[in-house]
Design a protein around this ligand. Structure first.
Ligand code: AMP
Ligand code: ZN
Length: 473
């Protein structure tokens, strides 16, 4: 049984899918006007792991994550560069997908884009107007009337009168014609030089919140299992999504709301506007992106994580413990005997199974990846002490499978050699043989040159008492 902490009820709830064996999941994606920073990568990695765990548990996951490709910041950047807004958004969608692939974040089942969903947005806005939840003012702006939604505030646990009190400083200005300061924009008129679409109210563009209500409905249905994003989205974005979707559809919108805490730097939220961010690309230049993935999963997703170089270095050492364990396994497997499992080996595998059981217990508990990672390190320790060349192939293969399966649930690549092309592997094996012959002939200069050649091609050679091993850098 998987338990999820639901932001709406503020409690841990047992997951019950709408449809047996299936999960409908929507994750708010980035606004694409720049390279993503590692704070943006946190929800991507966290919810990709949630998806992987559901799949491991046998669910089929329909995973939808949008790209916000029309927005003030995109338009501003397009104007600065003198290009169309779509040039900017398409460029950064491509870059974002590259970062996701580097972080081993799988592509969503569908990645909708706001600009390609305008007819659906117009339809939902019209239905909100028809039902009396929204109104049009003179300049063609359409507002959602927050006080018409009796449940508004249920996700962020805000009270309308408190909100009103906090907004007294931004009482209705001359610029807008809101009936109430709480109301939010569904559609707004175009400004000079901005992208726009025809609509029944004016030539203009959608407000931000409506896209997620529309895409979620289109790709997943009126009611979905899980809606997720960073905790900054709880209010107003997700609160407004609920108001729009439930008022338009007359159905509950989301069963479980999940929100990740911030990735901080010097205890402040990492964000573009504060300028205290590091892009995924910068981190990738200095570390294997897998190190960043491991760092993100080393804390519970609902706990803030304070990014630092020291933390990255410690995550790097942890990741290397996993890859070198796998390398060792691969190495001993090469010379392993093709024999059936002995009784002792069978017993040992049963003991190793305890790590998987504990891993599942932790992941079932609101995706506690921090403790699930500890289980993986316990398994690594177990493999390091138990897997040697004296064992049967079947035993070593079973341990390898256990380690691969659990690391794969977290999206961590344990077996770096598996991603190496066959021809590279054959090349490096030949080099190791050649180097061994050089050493035997006491031609150490040539042996060193071969090591250097391997390094340049991206492989490190390690001399151990069992022979020379290699690792992809
Ligand atoms: P944005 O492009 O700002 O709309 O953000 C895209 C996603 O990244 C949203 O789910 C945000 O909540 C999330 N996000 C942005 N900054 C951070 C951060 N510093 N830590 C964690 N999540 C973040
Ligand atoms: Zn959204």
């Amino acid at each position: 049984m998987i338990k999820i902490f639901n932001t709406e009820t503020l409690s841990l709830e047992t997951f019950k899918p709408i449809e047996e064996g299936k999960v409908r999941m929507y994750v708010c994606g980035p606004t694409v006007y720049n390279l993503i920073h590692i704070g943006n990568a946190r929800p991507m990695i966290v919810f990709d792991t949630v998806r992987r765990y559901f799949e491991y548990r046998g669910y089929q996951v329909n995973y939808v994550s949008n790209f916000t490709d029309v927005d003030d910041k995109i338009i501003k950047k397009a104007q600065e560069e003198g290009v169309d807004a779509s040039v900017i958004s398409e460029r950064y969608i491509k870059e974002c997908k590259k970062d996701m692939a580097d972080l081993n974040v799988r592509p969503a089942t569908t990645h909708p884009q706001a600009t390609k969903e305008i007819p659906g947005m117009i339809e939902m806005i019209q239905s909100l107007i028809d039902k009396g939840y929204a109104y049009v003012v003179d300049d063609g702006t359409v507002y959602f009337s927050v006080r018409k939604d009796r449940q508004y505030g249920k996700l962020s646990h805000k009270n309308l009168d408190d909100l009103q009190f906090n907004m007294r400083g931004i009482a209705v200005s001359g610029e807008d014609q809101k009936q109430d300061p709480l109301d939010f924009v569904l559609w707004k008129p175009k400004k000079e030089g901005e992208p726009f679409w025809e609509s029944p109210w004016c030539e203009g563009r959608p407000g931000w919140h409506i896209e997620c209500s529309v895409m979620s409905k289109r790709y997943l249905g009126d009611t979905i299992d899980i809606h997720a994003g960073g905790e900054d989205l709880i209010f107003p974005h997700h609160e407004n999504e609920i108001a729009q979707s439930e008022s338009a559809n007359g159905e509950p919108f989301v069963h479980y709301w999940m929100h990740n805490a911030f990735l901080n730097i010097d205890n402040h939220k990492m964000s573009k506007s504060l300028g205290n961010f590091k892009t995924v690309r910068e981190i990738d230049a200095a570390y294997d992106p897998q190190v960043l993935r491991l760092l993100m999963l080393s804390a519970h997703y609902r706990s803030p994580l304070n990014f630092s170089a020291a933390l990255m270095d410690s995550a790097k050492a942890s990741y290397e413990r996993i890859t070198s364990c796998m390398n060792n396994l691969n190495f001993v497997l090469q010379g392993a005997k093709d024999e059936p499992l002995s009784d002792k080996e069978q017993e040992s595998l049963q003991a190793a199974d305890a790590f998987r059981v504990s891993f599942e217990k932790h992941m079932d508990d609101d995706f506690n990846t921090a403790d699930a990672l500890s289980d993986i390190f316990d398994l690594v320790r177990f493999v390091n002490t138990n897997a040697d060349a004296a064992h049967s192939k079947a035993y070593l293969e079973a341990l390898k499978k256990e380690l691969s399966t659990l690391t794969d649930v977290l999206g961590l690549i344990a077996d770096r050699s598996a991603s190496v092309q066959d021809e590279d592997a054959a090349w490096i094996e030949a080099k190791i043989k050649e180097r061994a012959a050089c050493k035997k002939a006491k031609d150490y200069a040539r042996a060193d040159a071969i090591r250097k050649e391997c390094q340049e091609r991206g492989f490190t050679l390690m001399d151990t008492k069992e022979g020379t091993k290699w690792e992809k850098n």
